[in-house]
Design a protein around this ligand. Structure first.
Ligand SMILES: [Zn+2]
Length: 197
């Protein structure tokens, strides 16, 4: 394994939702995958930020809610494999129950999905030149996961921030876990980047 390059992080989000492109050079991971029916917007934002779609090695959803994984199947059709944590598999078919016919949602099939365990994530990311791992961080849903980078960045999706999680011991435990891992900077699914106090 080569020495990991410094990663860059770019937000290609829209409609109050952040979609992060984490890159080691031209080896890129998309963290959260757009609202249903918005492939054109996603493509336009990637273009605007100078990110060729074909350089995205995987798309990855922190959790399977429509604002975070709505374009997963369409991006697979564009050649971007879907990276799924084992703990998320059962949640994928449930997502369509939150969509309406007019949303333009394309149902996620199992075909072409790359399913890995949290333990396997470090190696897969390492092959991309990204030093980090994907961790199970329940608290918003039971199947929520976070991308943690060795530089302290953590992508937490909708894990409720600690200020609002006092009645949510599962979320509090997830933050404790992330802090023990070395997380110092939070890239949430909605709202600005913030330090982890
Ligand atoms: Zn959300």
């Amino acid at each position: 394994m080569g020495i990991a390059k410094a990663v860059t992080i770019v937000n290609v989000g829209y409609r109050s939702t952040n979609y992060w492109v984490v890159s080691a050079g031209s080896s890129r991971l998309l963290v959260d995958i757009g609202w249903p029916g918005t492939l054109g917007t996603m493509k336009a934002n990637l273009r605007k930020m100078g990110i060729p779609l074909h350089e995205i090695r995987y798309a990855f959803a922190t959790h399977y809610h429509i604002d975070h994984a709505g374009l997963a199947e369409e991006l697979k059709r564009e050649g971007v494999p879907l990276l799924v944590l084992e703990v998320q598999v059962a949640a994928i078919p449930v997502m369509k129950t939150w969509t309406k016919p007019g949303d333009g949602y394309v149902d996620i099939t199992e075909e072409g999905n790359v399913v890995i365990s949290s333990e396997q994530s470090r190696q897969l990311l390492g092959q991309m030149g990204i030093a980090g791992e994907i961790l199970h961080t329940p608290g918003h849903t039971d199947h929520c996961v976070s991308l943690f980078l060795e530089d302290g960045s953590v992508f937490t999706g909708d894990l409720p921030s600690e200020a609002y999680a006092s009645d949510n011991p599962v979320a509090v435990a997830s933050w404790k876990f992330l802090r023990e891992k070395g997380a110092t900077r939070v890239y949430p699914g909605h709202g600005p980047v913030r330090p982890l106090e």
